[in-house]
Design a protein around this ligand. Structure first.
Ligand code: RM4
Ligand code: MN
Length: 376
């Protein structure tokens, strides 16, 4: 694959207000509706040329007319990416959603997931991304195996509703908000459910959803080999699900992951950002993230694969490692600047956005109304 083909999906919620468990911080100029979120996402694409789609989160991005929203995205040069479901913010979900012991709550959750597929139909979105906050806090609280049965039943109903060209991406996360058991805690659980469902079900790897020290590139290599890697939620973590900018905490890990992914044409693997910009400005935060992925990919594309294979065949540990490190240690920024200039983009997207006056414009225009944020 070439850099030209690398597309990174931004996420609508990154443009809204966010924060911590303790405080959501309001920033000036924040979008008040999904249309304004798309307008901001279009800025990220305008300056990077590499962010042509935007993921939506339902109900945070609920509108009356989804086809209209998708047409607006088209006018901005964007398309609608993954539809992210949300079965974690209603009072009814205290004990879970699709795994809840009460069939009425499970029905409510599955109906929401089916509504998300309707939204895919209306917007042309190719992916339904499912992350469940389901789990338990205390030993004995619920039947662990029964919860798996309920999960499988819900997934099967949603899977059956998928149309041509639509797929279901099942995301896992070790813990949080549940602390004792999580119903989809790891890639193995997600993979097993996807296998049962069929070929349109794939695993999505959120880089922040593992225990410390987990070798994510191994998971990626395994899932790729099985044809079950559907995509990524890119972000960075230091401790848990920190949702910081991708490539900020551990650029070497990002390189190692992409080194596995970009071994083959990456078609069908959705590179998505799942981040929150709690203290930094949001549009530049997304631009920086896209650039970080692009930078890591550019380094990966410099890996001398022939030399690497030769060293591996010969069992030359140091030479093989050196091939990889040479690529990682290359400063690709000048080459990327040229690449952008050749495409008619500003070689420095961060500076170009800062100069553009867009931020002052949205601060002046977006006055009144409710700013978007978690739950909005
Ligand atoms: C979850 C998960 C999902 C994201 C929500 C906001 O932890 O990562 O992908 O949609 O957060
Ligand atoms: Mn995620």
């Amino acid at each position: 694959m070439s850099l030209d083909e690398l597309a990174v999906e931004t996420c609508s919620w990154a443009f809204g207000n966010s924060g911590t468990r303790f405080k959501v911080f309001a920033q000036p100029g924040v979008p008040r509706d999904p249309y304004e979120k798309l307008a901001d996402a279009a800025q990220v694409h305008a300056y990077t040329g590499a962010a042509p789609s935007v993921a939506l989160h339902i109900p945070w991005d609920r509108v009356d007319d989804y086809a209209h929203l998708a047409r607006y995205a088209g006018e901005l040069g964007l398309r609608i990416g993954a539809i992210n479901s949300n079965t974690f913010q209603d009072d009814g979900y205290r004990l879970g959603s699709v795994c809840h012991p009460d069939p009425a709550i499970r029905r409510q959750a599955v109906d929401h997931l089916l509504e998300c597929v309707d939204i895919m139909d209306a917007t042309g979105s190719p992916e339904l991304k499912l992350w469940f906050a389901d789990g338990t806090n205390y030993p004995g609280q619920d039947d662990i195996r029964a919860r798996q049965d309920r999960l499988a039943e819900a997934l099967a109903e949603v899977y059956a509703r998928l149309g041509e060209g639509q797929r279901l991406l099942l995301e896992y996360k070790l813990f949080e908000p549940s602390f004792y058991t999580t119903d989809v805690p790891d890639w193995g659980t997600a993979y097993a459910h996807c296998l049962k469902l069929g070929p349109k079900a794939q695993v999505v790897v959120d880089t922040g959803h593992h225990a410390p020290g987990v070798n994510i590139e191994f998971i990626v290599a395994f899932l790729l080999r099985e044809g079950r890697l559907g995509g990524f939620d890119f972000n960075s973590r230091f401790y848990a699900d920190d949702d910081l900018m991708v490539g900020a905490a551990d650029p070497f890990q990002l390189f190692r992951i992409l080194a596995e992914v970009l071994r083959e044409p990456s078609g069908g693997i959705a590179f998505m950002l799942d981040q929150c910009h709690n203290i930094e400005p949001k549009i530049p935060g997304q631009i920086r993230s896209v650039l970080n992925v692009q930078e890591a990919a550019a380094k990966v594309l410099r890996i001398d694969r022939a030399a690497l294979s030769a060293a591996q065949r010969e069992g030359d540990v140091l030479a093989a490692n050196a091939v990889l490190m040479d690529a990682f240690n290359t400063d690709v920024r000048p080459a990327l600047a040229e690449f952008r200039a050749a495409k008619g983009l500003d070689p420095d997207p961060m500076a170009a956005y800062a100069r553009s006056g867009y931020f002052a414009k949205i601060c002046a225009e977006r006055v009144g109304g409710a700013q978007a944020g978690w739950g909005a």
